[in-house]
Design a protein around this ligand. Structure first.
Ligand code: NAD
Length: 351
């Protein structure tokens, strides 16, 4: 056993079918009495229902959350929080809504209750990505980590199959990169492996039976594990490339992770062979090819071409992806990154 540092995430996790009924006690457990409920426009009705459930503990709903946490939206929400004298936020939704709650917490230190309805995993990380003037920046700070997370699989029953698949693969990417992270520890590795197993077992069921309650619970459990890995250890090539593609070419977040994962895993397979062996076994023996076969079998997007990216964009993407040096198990050079992007663009099975 090598030496390691383990710093557990201090968040309180409530998990289980019907658990969102505990939202009032979650707010009160933080010593709060004036919650502002956050959502996207798409989930406004659900946020209003949650606000009603909170009764006198709610000061209202801000339903303007959008992808990539634009600073101008955060400012609008902050104004509402100030006007209503909110003393905490309750974020109901996926990574976009969680991002808005984190952006408010980062600026005000208001505590957060998050009720995730996708598998993105943002709710258990101290990381905030926000955009201003077309630039996405990332901050990591203890104030960003939500205090309470309520995982209620019932709220994911309506997550469309396509989003369930891409969101699940997005979470799985956190786990795969966590397995070879330089600062991994035995607990992050256990969580990563069981997170991958949970998605391997549940996503194929959800594709056929989207309302299967056991598979929904298993997938959400996987999301918690994979998100926690993202929140506790460093990421590498995969997240860097997805950040580049999303930030500079506006490719869709979860879908980009889904397409890239088999390719980045294959790229690192030899350099991190020992670290990836157990994960490779979960997917038939080869991490890159196995993940690609799995993604294909559940109907995931397989090609960057499908997001409107043209072949010449790959040159610029490769330039940006190697611009600033960062750690990766296999050293990075422009030629191999350009080849990797070409394969992902064409949608071929990685070796
Ligand atoms: P999302 O939050 O943007 O949701 C996409 C759409 O699906 C929204 O309209 C949302 O309202 C809707 N939706 C969510 N749950 C639903 C449900 N159960 N049923 C029906 N519709 C539902 O998507 P996402 O992939 O969860 O989040 C992406 C964002 O999260 C990106 O901005 C990404 O950068 C961020 N993210 C951040 C971290 C982090 O640690 N900071 C981690 C992962 C993702």
């Amino acid at each position: 056993m090598k030496s390691f540092i383990y710093a557990g995430s201090p968040a309180r996790i409530l998990f289980g079918s019907g658990r969102s009924a505990d939202v009032s006690s979650a707010v009160e457990s933080l010593g709060c009495r004036r919650a502002l409920v956050l959502s996207t426009p798409h989930q406004k009705a659900d946020a209003e229902a949650l606000s009603e459930r909170l009764g006198a503990l709610s000061v209202g709903v801000f339903s303007g959350a959008v992808m990539h946490t634009p600073v101008d939206v955060t400012e609008k929400a902050l104004k509402v929080a100030q006007e209503t004298e909110a003393d905490c936020v309750v974020s109901l939704g996926g990574g976009s809504t969680t991002g808005l709650g984190k952006a408010i917490a980062y600026r005000t230190d208001l505590p957060q209750v998050v009720i995730p309805t996708t598998y993105a995993g943002s709710e258990v990380t101290p990381i905030l990505g926000q955009t201003e003037g077309g630039r996405k920046t990332t901050v990591r700070n203890a104030s960003i980590l939500p205090e309470v997370v309520i995982y209620d699989p019932d709220l994911t029953l309506g997550l469309p199959v396509g989003m369930s698949v891409t969101s699940g693969l997005n979470a799985m990417a956190h786990a795969v990169e966590g397995l070879y992270a330089q600062d991994r520890n035995p607990v992050s590795t256990l969580m990563a492996l069981d997170g991958l197993r949970a998605f391997r077992d549940s996503l194929p069921i959800l594709v056929k039976s989207p309302h299967d309650p056991d598979a929904r619970a298993e997938a959400l459990y996987g999301a918690w594990l994979c998100g926690t890995v993202l929140g506790t250890v460093g990421m590498a090539l995969h997240h860097k490339i997805c950040h580049t593609l999303g930030g500079s070419f506006d490719t869709p977040h979860a879908e980009t992770h889904a397409v890239m994962l088999p390719h980045t895993a294959a790229f690192n397979a030899e350099a991190a062979e020992e670290e990836l062996t157990a994960a490779a076994k979960l997917f038939g023996g080869s991490i890159g090819g196995g993940l690609w076969d799995f993604a294909k079998s559940i109907g995931a997007p397989l090609s960057l071409k499908d997001f409107g990216l043209v072949e010449t964009d790959l040159d610029r993407a490769a330039d940006i992806a190697v611009e600033n040096p960062y750690w990766n198990p296999r050293p990075i050079d422009r030629i191999s990154i350009r080849t990797l992007l070409q394969q992902a663009w064409e949608g071929v099975r990685p070796d």
